[in-house]
Design a protein around this ligand. Structure first.
Ligand code: FES
Length: 317
């Protein structure tokens, strides 16, 4: 995302929709938003200087309504700063910058049936799926897992709206989803979508393997950006510039703080946009984009999530 593409928005409403989740309603400072497609996200830029963060959030409002966008932000216990900033610093009337919507998690409309698995705040992309699926008369089921003492936003509204097409599982009430039962005996041509923590994505993928469901019918979006790690140094081979990557910053964020813009869409190691060539140093790959062979070759990395395995990396930029 180049800063030129950014859209200035005003926060017009903030609502605490679950103990750990706040919903933000955004309107453009000027003109109108562009429509978006179900499953799209925006990258929100907040703060300034050392306290500048860019996080990707799913758009959860109706894609046909371009008067406003809505996002929901879960306060992360291990936040590197962005979610705390959104929860504690952002107020109604503030302005933020967002990227235009991009979609890495669109429904596969050729599917016969859609099974949606949401974990906690992973419900958000599915909130934009539901109105479109209803409009198209698509067959779908939503399986929503949460802990009511932390997350669980919108469960009452969804149950009322969708009836038995929505199953809610509150772990704080010992209610659990039997993923294997849900996935078994679905009609041929069913596609499965997962948004939530890594453990949920892995559980659905493992069940799909056991049931012989093809990988192409499984779609997922992990709700996590870069995780912290050890500090290290990156050197940019073309300019000789050296930058210190702090423990709680990604390489991408460190480059951006130095006004070096790298294309990016997901900021979570899945889209492939931010790929950088590496000429020296050992990489700790944390992405889901590069193949195992590419990772082993040590020649490329995704700076939005991956880090140095040692004290130094030299990037060919
Ligand atoms: S921004 Fe998508 S992989 Fe890095």
């Amino acid at each position: 995302m180049s800063t030129i593409d950014q859209i200035v928005v005003e926060v017009v409403a903030i609502e605490q929709v679950a103990p750990m989740i706040k919903e933000f309603t955004l309107q453009p400072a000027e003109g109108q938003f562009t429509p978006f497609s179900a499953g799209a996200h925006v990258v929100v830029e907040m703060g300034e200087g050392e306290q500048r963060y860019r996080n990707a959030y799913s758009l959860m409002s109706d894609p046909n309504d371009n008067r406003q966008y809505q996002i929901a932000v879960r306060l992360q216990e291990e936040s590197r700063g962005g979610s705390i900033y959104m929860h504690e610093q952002v107020a109604v009337g503030d302005q933020l910058k967002i990227s235009p919507p991009a979609n890495l998690f669109a429904p596969e409309w050729r599917a016969k049936k859609h099974i949606l698995f949401a974990g906690g705040v992973g419900i958000t992309p599915f909130l934009s799926y539901v109105p479109v699926m209803q409009q198209r008369g698509a067959e779908f089921e939503l399986h929503y897992m949460y802990r009511s003492q932390q997350t669980g936003a919108y469960s009452a509204e969804l149950t009322e709206q969708l009836g038995d097409r929505c199953c809610c599982y509150d772990a704080d009430q010992s209610s659990r989803c039997d993923i294997a039962v849900v996935m078994a005996d679905q009609p041929l041509g069913t596609h499965f979508y997962i948004c939530g923590p890594e453990s949920l994505i892995e559980a659905v993928q493992a069940t799909a393997d056991e049931l012989g469901i093809p990988a192409g019918a499984i779609h997922w979006e992990e709700f996590a950006g870069a995780k912290p790690g050890q500090p290290f140094t990156v050197e940019l081979s073309r300019s000789g510039v050296e930058l210190a990557v702090a423990a709680n910053k990604s390489v991408l964020e460190t480059l951006e703080a130095a006004d070096i813009d790298i294309p990016n869409l997901c900021r979570a190691g899945v889209c492939g946009q931010c790929v950088c060539d590496v000429s020296e140093g050992e990489i700790e790959h944390r992405d889901a984009y590069l193949s195992d062979a590419e990772k082993q070759s040590g020649q490329r990395m995704m700076p939005c999530v991956s880090r140095a395995a040692g004290e130094r990396l030299v990037l060919d930029i």
